[in-house]
Design a protein around this ligand. Structure first.
Ligand SMILES: Nc1ncnc2c1ncn2[C@@H]1O[C@H](COP(=O)(O)OP(=O)(O)OP(=O)(O)O)[C@@H](O)[C@H]1O
Length: 399
């Protein structure tokens, strides 16, 4: 069941640190590796305290997870350490999330957490402990191609976490292992029962761990009091339709709860943080065709600079819940642009755009970047198909 970790020597010669959240997935990852004979060490990061994050007294779910991880480690008879990463997590993940929301973006904090906390700090700790690899319970696969490892979507499409791992570097990939990539969640739970783990029926974790209620704006208001400033709700045609109590209460593509009544169905099409405005319009205004990305990570063959000037065909995923869709990726004068073959509705700056080499199945992840600016079909038509509003506006004109 467990894919070879592809480490030199016998399993017992290799120490593998497992990032243990206290959930089913990472507990099973630890159990499988222990059963295969590896020298397994479990580490749980204390990332946040629900009491502190939400100002609710005595609601420390993180404490329960740590307790669960400890019990699993005891049951598996492996050493287990709990490391306090609260300050690091607050600064690198929660604060950045709040600031991004206040700037009118729709951030993806799980990517930042993987990059800064799990695959950076924890990975360094694993190396310090003499480990040959760091394993997690993410549903994603990595395979060796040549002398490097590449990242692929997992067997279980419903659990695919590749979108959140696009920023993983080649060096990190070489050290990481994902023992669950070849399994379905149902199989994982079955193994958990087989291993006798007390958490085998524990419910799946929340969407974003530090937003237990799912209400992002509540967390942001508590972290950054006064961040929610009232402003105008403006139609794309310029009409002021009403007032809102802070752009953090809105997301691009939102239809319900906008708070203005007109004859036509209206959607949030832009969050203008500079002027404190929520811009609304009809659904077709949301159709996005071109994206400019920042902080792009490329883990396909070659380098970004080597891409042909006319670009390459990829499959782009513009939101974690959307499937990869055909697109052209091009690189010119330091700017990475993705042209979607078919428009996508409601693409939001701050989300990730992740590149795949196939639309489904065990596709390889070629990299991805953060969506910096978007151009809708109507904006492109108005601008004569040029992407005029980017930092490098000349890019589109020169294509
Ligand atoms: N607090 C933590 N300490 C150590 N590792 C963690 C922690 N939280 C998450 N991880 C690691 O990151 C992986 C993905 O985290 P995510 O929050 O997506 O959990 P998940 O898919 O629900 O997995 P699990 O069932 O293990 O909680 C986990 O499987 C685990 O290896």
């Amino acid at each position: 069941m467990l894919e070879s970790l592809d480490l030199p020597g016998r399993p017992g010669d290799n120490r593998v640190v497992v990032a243990m959240s206290g959930g089913v997935d990472s507990s099973v990852a630890a159990g499988l590796l222990k059963r295969a004979g590896y020298d397994v060490v479990g580490i749980t990061l204390q990332l946040y305290d629900h009491g502190a994050a939400t100002h609710r007294k005595g609601a420390c779910c993180a404490g329960q997870d740590i307790h669960d991880a400890r019990r699993v480690a005891e049951h598996l008879d492996i050493p287990h350490y709990v490391l306090d990463y609260e300050d690091r997590f607050r600064e690198a993940v929660i604060d950045t999330f709040a600031e991004s929301y206040i700037a009118g973006e729709t951030p993806v904090p799980c990517v930042a957490c993987n990059q800064t906390v799990k695959f950076h700090d924890l990975l360094d700790t694993a190396r310090d402990l003499g480990a040959a690899a760091l394993a997690t319970g993410h549903y994603v696969r990595s395979r060796k191609t040549g002398d490097r490892r590449s990242l692929y979507r997992p067997v279980d499409d419903d659990r695919d976490q590749s979108y959140f791992l696009f920023a993983t570097t080649r060096e990190q990939l070489d050290f990481l292992r994902f023992p669950l990539g070849d399994m379905t969640k149902a199989e994982t739970r079955e193994i958990a029962r087989d291993l006798g783990l007390a958490i085998s029926d524990k419910p799946d974790s929340q969407d974003i761990c530090f937003v237990p209620s799912g209400k992002y704006s509540d967390v942001i208001e508590r972290l950054k009091p006064g961040a929610a400033e009232p402003g105008d709700i403006v139609h794309v045609d310029g009409r002021v339709l009403g007032r809102h109590d802070g752009i953090i209460h809105y997301t691009i593509g939102q239809r319900r709860g906008i708070g203005v009544a007109t004859g036509e169905p209206l959607y949030v099409v832009r969050l203008d943080a500079d002027h404190g405005r929520v811009v609304v319009g009809p659904r077709d205004i949301l159709a996005t065709r071109r994206l400019a990305l920042r902080d792009v990570n490329w883990i396909g063959d070659g380098t970004l600079v080597d891409l042909p000037p006319q670009g390459v065909e990829i499959f782009a995923r513009v939101r974690s819940t959307r499937p990869p869709k055909p697109a052209i990726l091009s690189y010119c004068d330091g700017t990475v642009v993705v042209d979607l073959m078919d428009s996508e509705l409601g693409v939001a700056p701050g989300q990730a755009c992740v590149f795949y080499d196939a639309p489904k199945g065990p596709a390889r992840i070629l990299g991805g970047g953060w969506i910096d600016r978007v151009a809708t079909e109507s904006e492109m038509a108005e601008a004569g198909m040029t992407f005029v509003d980017t930092a490098q506006g000349s890019l589109a004109q020169s294509r």
